[in-house]
Ligand binder design. Structure first.
Ligand code: ADP
Ligand code: MG
Length: 344
């Protein structure tokens, strides 16, 4: 939307110029008519020239002062601010010279600069957080790899060798998952267009996703229940697979008793998918952060993830134009509900 702008500067300038010329001409005419009639024409011309020169000088001086206040002062302030921003100081904030309803263009430039520096400071903070999170996440598996590789070099016992090799592989897998997560998130964040949609059976996709977790569910002695309505939808399959895999892997990871229920219902052209578990649940404090990058609410499982899962899920659902909601009670379990809008 285009803003209504008070173009005060040009109108004031034009008015002052007009009044100055009018004042000089009027004063000249008055002075001319006050001169003695018998004065020589040459002398009259000399007096008039001197009078007009003095008047013009006074007006030029007044205009210089006006320009200093209305143009040079704000331009200097803005220049100092842009110098500071160019050298990386994003804490600069400018105070507009006029109250809100009398703002001129300079005030607006200052306001826009304030917005830009605030945005830059925020981006810089996100960037720094991201880099420090990635390096922190890299440290643990790298030191695991280093220690076990050292031990493996010394070890001849076949059983221990296998154990160390398994630790190496799992640490390498964590690194791969981290790099993959960061790359995916980066790609999704920079994506302007969603990829081409396809029509497919969502119930079949969900059944396959659940099947992939069967071993993990059996190994923990949990149950898996699926209640899937038949549904053909149009969406981006690769994106959705990522969503179901993350939600199911969390449900299995954070559940020690009971089981996981996966359901799909169609309502007015929307697909509603629920992943419910009877696990440890999420406290309201943890719940506020679970969609943030690298956030892990439960440090006892920190080794089995990197906190990128739900950030990716949220990003994908935003891109597809859907919603995700969480209902949970600490100790009782959690239910994640994904609504995909207008998919049929
Ligand atoms: N089903 C769930 N039950 C309990 N807590 C959960 C569940 N899903 C997510 N969480 C919480 O949300 C946090 C972020 O999840 P996620 O982004 O997938 O990271 P990760 O799985 O790597 O820890 C988890 O660390 C956990 O605290
Ligand atoms: Mg996860």
């Amino acid at each position: 939307m285009k803003k209504m702008r008070r173009s005060g500067l040009s109108w004031t300038g034009a008015a002052i110029f007009f009044l100055t010329v009018a004042a000089i001409v009027t004063a000249a005419v008055l002075i001319y008519s006050a001169l003695p009639e018998d004065m020589a024409t040459g002398a009259k011309a000399g007096v008039m020239l001197a009078v007009i020169a003095v008047l013009a000088l006074i007006c030029t001086g007044a205009d210089l002062i006006r320009r200093k206040i209305t143009v040079e002062r704000p331009v200097r302030t803005i220049l100092a601010a842009t110098d500071a921003i160019a050298s990386g100081d994003f804490s600069v904030r400018l105070e507009p010279a006029h109250p809100y309803f009398r703002r001129d263009e300079y005030d607006e430039i200052m306001e826009n600069l304030n917005k830009m520096t605030a945005e830059l400071a925020h981006t810089e903070m996100l960037h720094n957080d991201f880099v420090s999170n990635v390096s922190h996440e890299l440290k643990t598996p790298v030191s695991v790899i280093r220690n076990y590789a050292q031990a493996l070099g010394r070890e001849c016992d076949g059983e221990l060798r296998e154990k160390y090799a398994a630790a190496l592989i799992s640490a390498a897998d964590r690194l791969t998952a981290l790099v993959q997560g960061v790359l995916r998130l980066n790609k999704l964040e920079n994506q302007k267009l969603t990829p081409a949609r396809r029509t497919f059976r969502l119930d079949e996709m969900l059944a396959e996703a659940a099947l992939a977790f069967e071993d993990a569910i059996d190994a923990k002695g949990l149950t898996l229940k699926c209640d899937l309505e038949e549904a053909e939808i149009t969406s981006v399959p690769d994106y959705l697979e990522l969503v179901w895999n993350n939600l199911l892997s969390n449900a299995v990871k954070f559940t020690e008793q009971g089981g996981v229920t996966l359901s799909l219902k169609m309502r007015d052209g929307n697909a509603v998918v629920r992943v419910a578990d009877t696990g440890q649940g999420i406290s309201p404090e943890v719940g506020r952060h679970i969609f943030e990058k690298f956030y892990q609410g439960d440090t006892s499982h920190a080794g089995e993830g990197n906190g990128l899962g739900l950030a990716l899920v949220k990003k994908v659902i935003d891109l597809l134009g859907g919603e995700i909601a969480v209902e949970s009670e600490a100790g009782k379990g959690s239910t994640f509900t994904v609504t995909l809008r207008g998919v049929t």
